[in-house]
Design a protein around this ligand. Sequence first.
Ligand SMILES: [Zn+2]
Ligand SMILES: [Zn+2]
Length: 646
Amino acid sequence: MINITFPDGSVRQYEKGITAIDIAGDLSPALAAEVLVAQVNGEVYDLQKPIEQDATVKLLKWNDDEGKKTFWHSSSHLMAEALEALYPGIKFGIGPAIETGFYYDVDLGDRTITEADLRKVEDKMLELAHTKEHFVRREVSKAEAMKNYKEKGDEYKCELIENLEDGTITFYSNGNFTDLCRGPHLVDTSLIKAVKLTSIAGAYWRGDEHNKMLTRIYGVSFPQKKLLDGYLKMVEEAKKRDHRKLGRELELFAFSQRVGQGLPLWLPRGAMLRERLENFLKSVQKRYGYLPVMTPHIGQKELYVTSGHYAKYGADSFRPIKTPQEGEEFLLKPMNCPHHCEIYKTKPRSYKDLPLRFAEFGTVYRYEQSGELHGLTRVRGFTQDDAHLFVRPDQLKEEFCKVIDIVLYIFKTLNFDRYTAQISLRDPNDREKYIGSDENWEKAEKAIMEAAQEKGLETVVEYGEAAFYGPKLDFMVKDAIGRKWQLGTIQVDYNLPERFELEYTGADDKKYRPIMIHRAPFGSMERFVAVLLEHTGGRLPLWLAPDQVVILPVSEKHNDYAKKVCTLLNNSDIRTFVDERNETIGKRIRENELKRMPYQLIVGEKEQEKNEVSVRRQGGEDLGAMSCESFVSLVKDEIEKQLSNN
Ligand SMILES: [Zn+2]
Ligand SMILES: [Zn+2]
C-alpha cells in the first residue's frame, strides 16, 4: 500500500500503482467527472498514469491553470486529428497550450486554409470529440520515432526528435492521429464540448525567419457550451475596451510613423492623466520616505558594462551612440538602476542612513521587434515608476511590507479588487547559479514569504523562477472582464551592490554591502494606463479623469453664463471646459458621453435665471438642477471618497 496525501492534509491508503482517476472515483463520482489532470509530487501526471510510491496528489480541474492548460493542449491534438482527416498529408510543427487557448503550426504544402474553412475544422473536431477517443501513451525508442516520421515525410517532427534523448520519447494517439508529445493529456476527447478556432497567422518554423513560414491556427475550447458563450461575449467586450481604440477616441495618446514605431506620443489629455497618476504616486511615496532623484536618458557604455546590462541588452538592443570624440560611446538607458547606484556612491553611507529610497519616473529604451509592438503594452520607450531601496539585511522584511502596502493602496484606489501575487524563489536543486550567499538568500526568501503572509496576499510560490540575482514578488491583477495582467514587481538584488561595490559602515565600523530592492508598482506608466483603460473601459475615476466637467449652453444666449460657471469651477480646482460648438444639445451630450466625460452640466434659460446648473452624470443619470456651490461640494466629496480608502 502507498500513502496518498491530499492538499487539505488528509491521508488515504491505496494499492501501489493506483491512478489519479481511480483516486478521484473513490473520493466522489462527481469529482471523477470533473478532474482533468493530476499533480503528483508537484509533477503534472496523466490521470491514468500509475502512482508507484507515497505521494502528495492534487486533482486539477478546469479552474486550475494546469487543468486548463492540459485541456487546451489536448484540444490541439484533437485539432491536428481533424486537420489530418480534412487535409491528408499535412505536416505538423508544434501545438502547445497558451495563456488563452492553443495553437498548432502546420505545413499544408501547396494548399491554403482561410478563416472560412475553420468552421469545417471545428465541426470535425466536435464530431471526433464525441466518439470519446482515448489519449493513449506509448514509449518509443528514438530510432522508432524517427522511422515513423521519416515514413510520414514530416521533416519538422524529425528535427524535433533529433534533439531528444533516447529513452525519453513518447507518442500519444487519439483516434487515427499519433503525435510526438511529452504529455500530459486528458483521459479522452469527450470532455471537449465546445470549440472555437479564432484565427490564422503565419509563423516561421522555430521562430527563425530563415526557415519556412508555417500556418499557425489558433483556437480555444471548453468543457461546457455556456463557457464558450461567455468567452465570445468577453471577446466582444474586450474589443470595445481595447486601449488603442480608447486612446484614439479619448485623445490620450498617438503614434507617428515619422517619430518611430513603438514610441508613444502623449496628447494633452493623456499627459494630464499621466501627470495625475504620477502626482498620486509621488504623494504616496513621500509618506513612505522616498527621496526624488533625476537622471539622464543616456549613460556611458561603461556604466552598463559594469551593471551587466550591456551583456544582457547590448546585442539585441539599440546601438551605442557615438560622439566626435574617438572611442566615446553612450547607450540609451535600458534601466535606471545603474544611475541610482552611482547616486548612492556620491557619499559615504552609514548603517544609520539606511534604508535609502531613491525614486524617479525614469524613461528607459529597449528595442523590441516591430512585430512585438502593441499599443502601450509593448513599446520601445517607456517611463518606469521606478525606485531603488538600499537596505540592511535586517530591514529587508519591513521594507518589503511597506512596498506591498503601497502596491495594495494603489490597487484599492484604482478599483483593482482581484489580484494575486507570485513569489519567485531559487531552484532548490541548483543553488550554484545564483549570486549572493546562501545565508542572504534564505533571509530574503523568508522575508518575502513572511511579508506576503502578513499582508494577507493570495500567493503562488514558484521555485526556480527567481532571477540569478535575487528573489521577487510579482502582482497579477484581474480586470473587470476577467483578463489577467501582470503589474507591479518587487525584486531583491544582491548583484548590483556587488558590481558597483556599494557599501555602508556598520555599527562595528566594518564595511557591509547594502541589499537593493527594485520596485515599480505601476510597472510603467504606459503599461499601467493601458491596463487601466481596458479595466475601466475608459470610465476613469473622477479624480483621474483629464477633464472632469463639460458645460453645455443650450443656445448661444447662454454662453456667457456657461463661461462664468466654468471659471467658478476651475477656480475650485475642478477641471472644466465649455462646449459651445454650434451643434444641437442632443448631439453634444452624445459626443461628450462617448468621450467618457464624468459630468455634463446643461445651462439654459431656467438655470441662468436661478443661478443653477442641470447635472448629468456619466452613463446618463440625471441629478437634476442644483446651485453651483452644491455641485462643487458634490464633486469634492466624490473625489475625497475615491482617494481616502486608507
Ligand atoms: Zn500533447
Ligand atoms: Zn532597477
